[in-house]
Design a protein around this ligand. Structure first.
Ligand SMILES: Nc1ncnc2c1ncn2[C@@H]1O[C@H](COP(=O)(O)OP(=O)(O)OP(=O)(O)O)[C@@H](O)[C@H]1O
Ligand SMILES: [Mg+2]
Length: 121
């Protein structure tokens, strides 16, 4: 199987409290893509982007051009461990937003503040 990777990551010193949950999220979303998105397909593309904006907002997106989420998919209703963990990390740990779209594949988008994982508030 041929997988094309596109990775766009801003070179920015993230605090460890952000880097750890972000790493866990990317790890789960990438393994999901390899596990679910390209079944029965010979090739696919995975894109990871992590962009910082001036106000200290961070946009993280992981997308693929695979089969897309199953019909009726709702990440907020997910009962399986992987995506529940992603939701908890994005919304509770990073105090951010999470949305899933499917336009010829699956796209997971998150937005949070630089200090989102900070315990100091
Ligand atoms: N990139 C993707 N493309 C297509 N379907 C996906 C993708 N990511 C997730 N899914 C769908 O969402 C479901 C839930 O994903 P989730 O990561 O929660 O569970 P899992 O990968 O099956 O098991 P695990 O708990 O071990 O991660 C998957 O079973 C799959 O049907
Ligand atoms: Mg999974």
């Amino acid at each position: 199987m041929r997988i094309a990777r596109v990775v766009r990551v801003d070179d920015y010193p993230f605090p460890i409290s952000v880097a750890v949950p972000v790493g866990l999220i990317i790890n789960e979303l990438l393994s999901n893509t390899l596990k679910h998105a390209f079944s029965g397909r010979g090739e696919g593309k995975i894109e990871v982007s992590l962009a910082t904006s001036e106000g200290g907002r961070i946009n993280l997106a992981v997308s693929d051009d695979g089969v897309g989420p199953p019909p009726g998919f709702d990440i907020n209703e997910s009962k399986t461990l992987g995506l529940r963990l992603v939701k908890i990390l994005a919304e509770d740990q990073l105090q951010g937003t999470l949305e899933v779209t499917s336009d010829g594949g699956a796209t997971f988008k998150m937005e949070f503040d630089m200090g989102g994982g900070g315990s100091a508030g």
